[in-house]
Design a protein around this ligand. Structure first.
Ligand code: ADP
Ligand code: MG
Length: 259
């Protein structure tokens, strides 16, 4: 007899459908993400990448299918074997497991880097100021901003602001991090420092789903690359397969723009 290790996926999306009005934007997405896995989602504009991330984080509700994160169904719970929609408080609790970083960093302009990072831990999660500050200082150090903790966003470059936003997302101690085109709003010379921070997080074992057009990052940091088009997953696999030897014409057409 053989004993095998089974690891439950951290994210389990099944047949996820989402429409806006008559337009079906997600047409049955299935995706598992294992703990510690780094998944990069590639795809043309309008293919549903952001919508899918927003559904995982319950910023959008889904029309059909299910999304499980860390064993809990997003937006719902079972009560007496019936699926019941969760209210705002319970959704907020689920969201604490998930950190999200957006293209626009959306830092609070009137708060320093440190204040931005401790705001949710203190205000939402009831951490003591001391504990939240200690953790925030560690996180800001981890993203290379130990010397900028008392700077305001306007005193920071775009790349530094995005790294503060990453530290802020990490401050709630999420099990899963979602990144939606985190470098798309940056000047080209600032992209590298943000990608390198993300690569460090990936190396440290954080579970990440990253939507990006940075093919180099996908190639180097992804355990798996998922190519989406038209609300479907067209193909997925290790980067050397999907980027190095794409099987579908749509994937090849998309990738040809980056060469
Ligand atoms: P991507 O991130 O891959 O560029 P999105 O998920 O942002 O794609 O969008 C997919 C499609 O859904 C687009 O056609 C977009 O216009 C549409 N869409 C996204 N959000 C909304 C919304 N809140 N209301 C209506 N349409 C939306
Ligand atoms: Mg998008």
């Amino acid at each position: 007899m053989t004993v095998t290790a089974t690891v439950e996926p951290l994210v389990k999306a099944r047949n996820v459908h989402k429409a806006f009005g008559d337009v079906e934007v997600l047409k049955g997405i299935d995706m598992d993400v294992a703990p510690g896995e780094v998944v990069v989602i590639l795809g043309p504009s309008g293919s549903g990448k952001s919508t899918f991330l927003r559904c995982i984080n319950h910023l959008e509700s889904i029309d059909q299918g299910s999304i499980m994160v860390d064993g809990e169904q997003i937006g719902y719970e079972l009560r007496k074997e019936r699926l019941v929609k969760l209210g705002g408080y319970a959704i907020a609790r689920q969201r604490r497991k998930i950190g999200m970083v957006f293209q626009q960093f959306n830092l609070y302009p009137h708060m320093t880097a440190l204040q931005n990072v401790i705001e949710a831990p203190i205000g939402v999660h009831g951490e003591s100021r001391q504990a939240a500050t200690d953790n925030a200082m560690k996180l800001l150090d981890r993203v290379g901003l130990a010397s900028k903790v008392h700077n305001y966003p306007r005193q920071l470059s775009g790349g530094q602001q995005q790294r503060v936003a990453i530290a802020r997302a990490l401050a709630i101690r999420p099990k899963l991090m979602l990144f939606d085109e985190p470098t798309s709003a940056l000047d080209p010379e600032l992209v590298g420092e943000v990608l390198s921070t993300m690569r460090d997080l990936a190396d440290q074992g954080l579970t990440m789903i990253v939507v990006t057009h940075e093919i180099g990052f996908a190639r180097e940091a992804a355990d798996r690359v998922v190519f989406m088009d038209g609300g479907n997953i067209v193909e997925q696999g290790p980067p050397e397969q999907v980027i190095g030897n794409p099987q579908h014409a749509r994937t090849r057409a998309f990738l040809s723009r980056f060469i």
